[in-house]
Ligand binder design. Structure first.
Ligand code: THG
Length: 675
């Protein structure tokens, strides 16, 4: 690929709507090829039937593929796709042809490139481009093919990266101008493709422009793996050199319109749409005429929603010709500026902007943070473990922190197992996940299971700059945000000055050396335990709050988080005092700019509700107001009673006081069958 391709394409996209070609698969079908055609002479003695292996036609009947490309170019296509939708070892294994994958891709790229160059030569004012097509493969990385075993996966992220890398090499060696990651029905598969592309770009120092196109397969308006269009976009928004994102295939143009509208509203890059020619009839054929197809797509172009249009299954050169008239009539979509803030996703999007309230991260899915959770995990009671996750969600958690670091556990295997199970539960999987471990291999294993955009918790300068930057870069390739602890070669920062200087240094390294997006950096200036009886600990709360204030004022875009319950470890066993400490600490830290915190969701007290006498003693400790503050709170704590079991039960049943519709809604949503 030459250096200027991406700029050239972006320039054209700002001037006019570009046209993609139509369907390769259904075009090949129209030749009614027989087994012998697929085999050619080369695969005469192959040990497996080859009929239906459309991609192999590039090797055995290349003149057909070339003719199809030329027909679409003649119809006006600016971009044509290589005949490589299934040219991965994973998909080709169906035909026992894994060994020719590199060749398939290279040859298909060459065929398309030769045709495109021929047309470019004739009309240099209308340059033609070749998009190397990466299909989704026939396996899903974030869904189980076995309904009885939701944690099972037929393919791993690493396997997909390997298979896509092989395909990419062939496509790039064959001369494609860009890569099209298409018909994405499982975002984790697409993330593996993007990972492979990034690594290829780093290794070859080549420019590799990318287009990503998802597909929506049913009326729910979600991808097969359950994401909303915006969550899908956020999950792949780390793609480098992205020239467009959109949707193809599936339900046809009319049904796609609302979803394209949803995404066009927010997408800060060009939008691509290439639907099927309507819905297939009972024979699996597509009946929509070029005129009908063009009429449906006119809704997209006349509303200024798109920058690239084309066709998927069932579209012929005539369909593309009909679109060619449209693209000359209407101007391209003008995309909005990126929305500022930290964008995360599970099945649904979560944005933390300057206007957002404090964001709760559920702490209980942590083997060191909950004895109950630890016991369930040790006993492999995953249903019970998921119930704890659900409970955090019900308690208002917007992100879940997942930590399985315990000496006797295989933390890596458990992380994979648990995230895969959580991903299969739509109520839990709505949320972005925070993968929490002190071991890099556990963090990486977790990242390989996240189809959404999650958070790594955490990295630090503990082992020096090179290690830190290497990990940060890898996290970026996985498309996650990162928690950076205020920890360096000299240990954990406890003074305000050390917290500030470490965070400033980390920020500079990340943003200047590897261009890590500042909005994806979350600093954790260490919430350390107060009231321990050791004098040096008395300023820990103040130091955290002051460091938070400084970070928010001086490191633009960065967010601040912390483990709130750490502050009160000295009062283990006394939840009334602990909850008051958390509420008071949060009240002040949020005013200083704290964006998010790891909390026991559902057990956060309201600052205004803390009894005044308790609050006064708690704040005296937090702000180190006098030297007897700790002693006085300890003494007071003895007198503060726990909530009685009756009071706790009462809290749990408060929803029973709601009006009947609300009660029904609550029971349905939570799956409560009592009452
Ligand atoms: N920063 C970052 N990550 C973190 C922390 C942090 N992850 C872990 C921890 N700190 C935050 N999570 C918790 C979870 C639970 C508790 C404290 C912090 C907790 N648990 C009860 C206890 O230990 O007394 C357990 C009670 C029970 O067993 O039910 O307090 O600072 N980036």
């Amino acid at each position: 690929m030459t250096q200027s391709r991406r700029k050239q394409i972006l320039q054209l996209l700002s001037e006019r709507i570009l046209l993609m070609d139509g369907a390769m698969g259904t075009s090949i079908q129209s030749y009614k090829l027989q087994e012998d055609d697929f085999r050619g002479t080369r695969f005469q003695d192959h040990d497996h039937p080859l009929q239906g292996n459309n991609d192999i036609v590039s090797l055995t009947r290349p003149e057909i593929i070339e003719e199809i490309h030329r027909q679409f170019l003649r119809a006006g296509a600016d971009i044509i796709e290589t005949n490589t939708f299934n040219s991965t070892a994973i998909s080709q294994s169906d035909y026992h042809t894994e060994s020719v994958v590199y060749e398939l891709n290279k040859r298909s790229a060459e065929l398309a490139k030769a045709a495109a160059e021929d047309f470019t030569k004739r009309t240099p004012e209308k340059p033609r481009f070749v998009a190397g097509a990466l299909g989704p493969t026939n396996k899903t990385c974030s869904l189980s093919p076995d309904v009885n075993n939701p944690g099972f996966r037929a393919v791993t992220f690493a396997q997909l990266v390997e298979t896509y890398s092989e395909q990419l090499k062939g496509l790039i060696d064959g001369g494609v101008d860009l890569i099209l990651v298409e018909t994405v029905f499982d975002t984790l598969n697409a993330k593996a493709a993007l990972f492979a592309i990034n690594r290829m770009r780093d290794a070859t120092k080549q420019e590799i422009p990318v287009i990503i196109s998802g597909t929506i397969t049913d009326q729910s308006g979600r991808t097969l793996s359950g994401q909303t269009p915006e969550a899908f976009w956020i999950s792949v928004s780390h793609a480098q050199q992205l020239v467009a994102l959109g949707f193809n295939c599936a339900l046809g143009a009319a049904q796609l319109l609302p979803h394209v509208k949803e995404i066009a509203r927010v997408l800060p890059v060009p939008v691509i749409v290439y639907p099927n020619a309507g819905l297939p009839n009972e024979f699996g054929e597509y009946d929509q005429t070029p005129e009908q197809f063009a009429r449906e797509l006119e809704d997209f172009v006349s509303q200024g929603l798109v920058n690239i249009i084309g066709g998927c299954c069932g579209t012929t050169p005539h369909h593309i010709e009909a679109l060619n008239e449209l693209v000359n009539q209407y101007p391209p979509r003008i995309h909005p500026q990126p929305k500022p803030g930290l964008h995360l996703s599970g099945l649904e999007p979560l944005t933390l902007s300057a206007l957002s309230n404090f964001t709760n991260i559920g702490e209980r899915t942590n083997v060191t943070g909950s004895r109950r959770f630890a016991k369930l995990i040790r006993e492999e009671d995953f249903e019970g473990a998921l119930a704890i996750a659900q409970n955090q969600v019900d308690g208002g958690a917007q992100i879940l922190d997942i930590n399985l670091d315990e000496g006797l556990l295989d933390s890596k295997a458990m992380m994979i197992k648990l995230i895969n199970l959580m991903a299969a539960d739509p109520e839990i999987a709505r949320l972005p996940f925070m993968v929490d471990s002190s071991k890099w291999e556990v963090l990486e294993a977790g990242l390989q299971c996240l189809q959404g955009k999650g958070i790594v918790n955490s990295i630090s300068l503990k082992e020096g700059e090179e290690n830190f930057l290497e990990q940060a870069k890898t996290i970026r390739d996985y498309g996650a945000a990162v928690v950076v602890m205020a920890f360096d070669e000299g240990g954990q920062a406890d003074t305000t000055e050390r917290k500030i200087s470490i965070c400033e240094r980390a920020y500079k390294l990340l943003t200047e050396r590897i261009h890590f997006p500042p909005e994806d950096i979350i600093f954790d200036p260490n919430i350390l335990t107060v009231a321990t009886g050791i004098d040096e600990h008395n300023n820990y709360a103040i130091n955290f709050i002051e460091a938070t204030r400084w970070i928010k004022e001086n490191l633009p875009g960065a967010k601040v988080s912390g483990g709130i319950s750490n502050i009160s470890f000295s009062f283990r066993g006394n939840d009334v005092v602990r909850e008051a400490m958390h509420a008071a600490f949060l009240y002040h830290a949020i005013r200083a700019g704290l964006d998010m915190g790891i909390v026991n969701a559902g057990q956060l007290a309201v600052y205004e509700d803390i009894p005044k006498d308790l609050l006064e003693k708690v704040e005296a400790v937090l702000f180190n107001k006098h030297k007897n503050a700790t002693e006085e709170l300890v003494a007071f704590a003895e007198s503060v009673k726990e909530l009685t079991p009756e009071q706790k039960q009462q809290n749990k049943l408060e929803w029973r006081e709601l009006p009947v519709e609300k009660r029904l809604e609550h029971a349905l949503v939570k799956g409560i069958t009592d009452f």
